[in-house]
Design a protein around this ligand. Structure first.
Ligand SMILES: C[S@@+](CC[C@H](N)C(=O)[O-])C[C@H]1O[C@@H](n2cnc3c(N)ncnc32)[C@H](O)[C@@H]1O
Length: 271
């Protein structure tokens, strides 16, 4: 972000935000010095693990695009993107509307900067809504009048949780959140989930990353193995190819490599 511009109300540029750090990884300009410093520490730590967070987040965005396109092409017409992040290239509404011009999309985030930018981008798009919501209170998101006016929960909905669950440290809370969400969805609905995965690196390698994220607005970062990530798809039937490094999800026929850190991702269809 050009720092000569006024800081929008409610935003503290001195505290790093995961949304703005993520924007920096993606080469965006909607970030402040505190975000870039925190992101630099994560980039350095990721390189020590033999990966690069900037590549991983691009892979994660591309996964998001492929999953939304696949679901729109398969007939899903409603999308709720929770932890949407700052608008970038190929946002959910752009991908979904290209495949299905009658799709409806709701973006949800708890970071005021995301809401300011997303609302500015989408102000004149009648097929999208942006709401402030916190995943710690999923019922409030689902009951938000903007959501209930825009989304018909009697019809299939794809709910997207890409690169957000790592900011909730308690597995049991995630299970409860996902149970609440599944409980509201009609059959034919889907969950799209991606989550950072350590590969064969020991979790301690990610301590620096956790320390950095502890100082952000989100307050924590939890890396998880495939067992925990798989458990988040409870109550769903996985679409092919299952839970894989995001770069391998319906993207050519490269053999998935579960030994290196990446995001793991998948799409589950409610059963
Ligand atoms: C790493 S970004 C991911 C952006 C996008 N989903 C993607 O995968 O490209 C995580 C986003 O989740 C949001 N977020 C973190 N914790 C949240 C919570 N408890 N409720 C709602 N949004 C949250 C952050 O503000 C940020 O915009």
């Amino acid at each position: 972000m050009n720092e000569i511009r006024p800081v929008p109300p409610g935003i503290d540029p001195s505290v790093p935000s995961v949304a703005r750090m993520y924007d920096h990884y993606l080469g965006g300009k909607d970030n402040y010095a505190s975000d870039r410093e925190a992101a630099a520490a994560v980039i350095e730590a990721s390189i020590r693990t033999g990966t690069d967070i900037r590549v991983a987040v691009r892979d994660n965005r591309a996964f998001l695009g492929r999953t939304v396109r696949a679901l729109a092409e398969a007939g899903v017409r409603q999308f709720i993107d929770i932890g949407a992040g700052l608008p970038t290239q190929e946002n959910v509404h752009q991908v979904a509307l290209r495949a299905a011009p009658d799709a409806r999309i709701v973006y949800v985030d708890n970071d005021p900067i995301v809401l300011v930018h997303a609302r500015a981008l989408l102000a004149d798009n009648p097929r999208t809504r942006v709401i402030e919501g916190d995943l710690h209170d999923p019922a409030a998101i689902l009951d938000d009048p903007e959501v209930t006016r825009h989304i018909d929960f009697g019809q299939p909905v794809a709910v997207v949780f890409c690169a957000i669950l790592q900011f909730i440290p308690d597995d049991a809370e995630i299970a409860a959140i996902l149970e609440t969400v599944r409980g509201r969805l009609a059959s034919g609905s889907h969950l799209v989930i991606s989550h950072p995965f350590p590969g064969e690196q020991p979790d301690e390698v990610f301590d620096t990353v956790s320390d950095v994220y502890t100082r952000t607005r989100s307050g924590s970062f939890t890396i998880r193995g495939s067992k925990a990530i798989t458990s988040f798809f409870a109550g769903t039937e996985l679409l092919e190819p299952g839970i894989v490094p995001v770069q391998n999800w319906r993207n050519g026929d490269t053999e998935p490599d579960f030994t290196v850190p990446s995001y793991l991702g998948g799409v589950g269809r409610l059963i």
